[in-house]
Design a protein around this ligand. Sequence first.
Ligand SMILES: Nc1ncnc2c1ncn2[C@@H]1O[C@H](COP(=O)(O)OP(=O)(O)OP(=O)(O)O)[C@@H](O)[C@H]1O
Ligand SMILES: [Mg+2]
Length: 449
Amino acid sequence: MTSLRKSLLVWLVPVFLTVAIVASVWTYYMFGSMVSWFMDSQMQVLADSHAVQTLGPPALRPLSDHNVGKGGLIVQIWDAQGRLLTTSYPSLVVPLQAADGFQEMKFGTRHWRIFSIHTPERTVQTVQCIEFREQVISKQAFQAGLPIALLIPISAWVLWFAACRAMGKLESLARATAAQDENTINELPTKGIPTEISPLVIAVNTLLTRLRDAFASQRRFVQDAAHELRTPITAMTLQLENLKACPMDAETSSQVLQFEAGLKRTKRLIEQLLRLARQEAPQKADAVSNIDLAEFLREQISDLMPCADHRDIDLGFTFDISATVRANPHELRSLLHNLLDNALRYTPEHGVIDVRLFADGGKVVVEIVDSGPGIPPDLLPRVFDRFFRIEGSDTEGSGLGLAIAKHAAERNRIDIKLDNRIERSGLVARVTFADGAGIKNVPKLSTAA
Ligand SMILES: Nc1ncnc2c1ncn2[C@@H]1O[C@H](COP(=O)(O)OP(=O)(O)OP(=O)(O)O)[C@@H](O)[C@H]1O
Ligand SMILES: [Mg+2]
């Protein structure tokens, strides 16, 4: 993946560097020719002013080495016989130039620019140090390039900051998109989104709205279909009861029994489908309440006690704590019911089921431990899938119970974990609550529901 931020910098820094170099070189030449022209004019004007004088040589102000180094103009006046009459800087001996105009020469360690003007009475030469000119020009070129060079880190930082802000918006959009699931589909926020990506966000929002509608209509369809199927199934059950009352031969009776089993299966499937469809409907905020978990479990277990008695299963409940949890009571009932129902149905007759309520690491835990066959370890991760059933099981089922339980758990911040028992065959369904308020230890006593 390429980073937009890095690409922007990779493009911008060389552009700025090139601009800084071009600006410096341009300034060097432009300013150089301007300075040369200006200083040459000064040399010319000064030489002219001395050349037009007819009186004796003027008294010239002597120049120091420092003045000469800083571009001071040296004046030399020669008589018609080529004798030096006066000079403002005696240390420098520049020979008399034969021709008028500008010359360049090296004397000592420095280069000099010389302007000569000849009149019948005298020759005037003005001389200036060339290194000084170059210093001035280089300094000016450096000063022109410096602000642009300084702009490189500043603009890189500004660009990085601006890109980070824009990316921050994109990242928050990505988080909001990732948080969507089929039950909570919400439009992405459009406030503060860069104009360039707002068409994309609007398009995604339109898609999300369509998706939400599609999920809602699929849920409604399953709910309506399951609901509508209940009436004919009930009618068929009644008719079957009437049929069973009639005398019939052995073969017909066995076929009627098979029909009855099929009808029961269909009825259970319809009930589970209806439960799943209802559960997937968006949850209202006020549907969550505080639940006394020990009391809640006792009620659930009492409801299942006739079924346990019927199969001679020892269904027991022990609790070390009393705790209040926050959850949707319908969903929590459905979650616990499916786990208890599985324990009861997959545990063979005369088996044992223990339901335990305790605290572990400050969290409220319910464990349902049965003495059934357990689940092959490689299939444990798949049993929460919809319609997944383990082949070879004699027990009837639709394969939706654990999917319903898992879904209810996710919506109520509850964790469900299935594990096989270590010491013997059987399954441990461990339900851990994220929210557990007022966990209180209760005196160690076992309570049969
Ligand atoms: N306590 C258990 N002991 C052994 N196997 C289990 C237990 N609980 C679940 N299973 C296995 O996991 C499978 C999936 O369970 P799930 O509750 O989702 O569906 P079901 O029980 O087949 O159907 P229903 O929707 O009627 O509950 C079951 O078919 C069963 O094979
Ligand atoms: Mg089940």
